[in-house]
Design a binder for this molecule. Structure first.
Ligand code: HEM
Ligand SMILES: *[C@@H]1O[C@H](CO)[C@@H](O)[C@H](O)[C@H]1NC(C)=O
Length: 499
């Protein structure tokens, strides 16, 4: 959380509220109360109880209440790297009244990845954001044992037989989408990839019926739902009558209704599709109970949104890395010719898998720009780690971004160097130094889908165009969003001459 974000959040909130004075007063009152509460917390510095309990080093707060929010918000990675240098792998600091303890480096990260959900809890930190968006009965709204079962069911649907069809679908959608780009120009790459990925993900993960309904109105519903993933939703009480909360809740209801109708139709027809929706309709929990419509709809919304920002930012960054270094683009293109044949016929899933160098470029993009820069858990019972005890109430965090650029683990750590992934052991030493998809019980189930989707899209894009940076501008990181996006993400393209 950063001061910039807090300011923006308040700014946005106030902006949206101008139509309603009573609501504005409510928010102001709530904010003051929250601040008063936080300031009390901030002055209560943590103290170890007994002599054998040593809390992790605590970075002094420069400002009461906000703590280190300003420094962190300006440049979170630099802040964490400095903290690592100065205090070591386990370090606490306070922001807006909450204490965050970062586990930096692979060894320290093991505590989070190996933990039980009852001790380091995900629902406590994520549910306020996700439950209003996905709905009740799924993900962080249910006991983790149930969510684990839901993940298993979803994973069953994310299988190779389905991926084979997905490659065809994505190829078709990508060709269709880029018709609007013409032969050459300069365009917002991130915007284009976000639009394309809603279309492909919806068709692959939800099925043809729901994709066919994806017009501007439905896209707006997703955007409104997405508006639920903000720092405002994370910080402010959910009962506040904010317009963005109301839009989120209305979008949730309307989308659910669309899904209900499609599920109902599917349940009635005898002819069966072979896709993820059908898998969810036909499957049961371990105890034999079928999923109800609400659970299926919630899981489908979750599936789409979990993959949307992560995949679209990753694809955009990959594009800028390839545009920056022409030889990488050429190498990916010639790799396609080697594997698919000179005439570049339609892609197959096996070919997409075999594109090793493109794979390395994607891995390297996820190393330098992992979309989830922090994973977080609430400490429910005191945790011993090394010499320290992390008390209940801290939020422990692991940052893939920091682990992916540790001095000791990575050579040429800040350079885009995809060849490193051709080696068996790209990072020296510890286990959790490369974790773009997390690890342990909360690990991502979408990795294979994401690879298949992003590689198919970029294979097609490299067949269509050559890319370059606009006047050498490589986007800086936009830290104001929850997922770090490229700033001003415009790219230059020219149709490739087919030889
Ligand atoms: C480049 C793409 C993606 C990246 C980098 C990514 C990253 C992650 C990470 C880091 C986690 C762990 C979160 C934590 O431990 O707190 C996670 C969990 C998860 N992801 Fe992904 N993800 C991606 C795409 C997808 C896609 C496409 C889907 C669905 C089709 C998906 C579904 C999930 C689910 C269901 C979880 C489980 C959360 C839990 O158990 O708490 N992800 N992802
Ligand atoms: C950074 O992200 C925010 C939120 O999406 C956006 O409004 C802003 O325009 C972005 N800034 C740049 C320079 O791209």
């Amino acid at each position: 959380m950063s001061i910039v974000e807090v300011q923006q959040m308040v700014g946005n909130t106030v902006g949206q509220m101008s139509e309603s004075l009573p609501a504005l007063i409510l928010v102001t009152a709530a904010l003051s109360l929250t601040l008063a509460y936080f300031s009390k917390l901030a002055f209560r510095q943590p103290r170890s109880q007994g002599t054998d309990e040593k809390y992790p080093p605590h970075i002094p707060a420069s400002i009461p209440v906000l703590g280190n929010a300003i420094a962190f918000g300006k440049s979170p990675i630099e802040f964490l790297e400095n903290a690592y240098e100065k205090y070591g792998p386990i370090v606490s600091f306070t922001m807006v009244g909450k204490t965050f303890t970062y586990l930096l480096g692979g060894d320290a990260a093991a505590l989070l990845f190996n933990s039980k959900n009852g001790e380091l809890n995900a629902e406590d930190v994520y549910a306020r954001l996700t439950t209003p968006v996905f709905g009740k009965g799924v993900a962080y709204d249910v006991p983790n044992s149930v969510f684990l079962e839901q993940k298993k069911l979803l994973k069953m649907g994310l299988n190779i037989a389905h991926f084979k069809k997905h490659v065809e679908i994505i190829e078709e959608e990508t060709k269709e989408y880029f018709k609007r780009w013409g032969d050459s120009g300069e365009r917002d790459l991130f915007e284009a990839l976000s639009e394309l990925i809603v279309l492909t993900a919806s068709r692959c993960l939800h099925g043809p019926e729901i994709r066919s309904m994806l017009d501007e109105k439905v896209a707006q519903l997703y955007a409104d739902l997405d508006g639920g993933f903000t720092h405002a939703a994370w910080l402010l009480p959910g009962w506040l009558p904010l317009p963005s909360f109301r839009r989120r809740d209305r979008a949730h209801r309307e989308l659910k209704n669309i899904f209900y109708k499609v599920i109902e139709k599917r349940r009635q027809t005898t002819e069966k599709e072979d896709d993820i929706l059908q898998t969810l309709i036909d499957t049961t929990y371990k105890d034999g109970r079928s999923l109800n419509d609400d659970e299926i709809a919630g899981m489908l919304i979750g599936l789409l949104l979990a993959g949307q920002h992560t995949s679209s930012t990753t694809s955009a960054w990959l594009g800028f890395f390839l545009a920056q270094e022409r030889s990488l683009q050429d190498r990916c293109y010639s790799e396609q010719k080697d594997i698919c044949g000179d005439h570049l016929p339609p892609l197959s899933y096996d070919q997409v898998k075999a594109l090793t160098f493109l794979d390395c470029c994607l891995k390297e993009t996820l190393r330098l720009r992992p979309p989830i820069m922090t994973m977080m858990r609430m400490v429910r019972s005191p945790q011993k780690v090394g010499d320290y005890t992390i008390p209940a109430g801290h939020q422990v965090c692991v940052s893939p971004t920091v682990n992916h650029r540790l001095r000791d683990a990575w050579s040429s750590r800040l350079e885009f160097h995809p060849e490193r992934f051709l080696a068996d052991n790209p990072a020296a030493g510890e286990k959790f130094t490369y974790v773009p998809f997390g690890a342990g019980r909360h690990r991502c189930i979408g990795e294979n889908f994401a690879y298949m989707q992003i590689k198919t899209i970029w294979s097609m894009m490299l067949r269509l165009y050559e890319f370059e940076l606009v006047d050498g501008y490589f986007p800086s990181v936009n830290y104001t969003t929850m997922i770090h996006t490229p700033s001003n993400p415009v790219i230059r393209y020219r149709r490739r001459e087919r030889l």
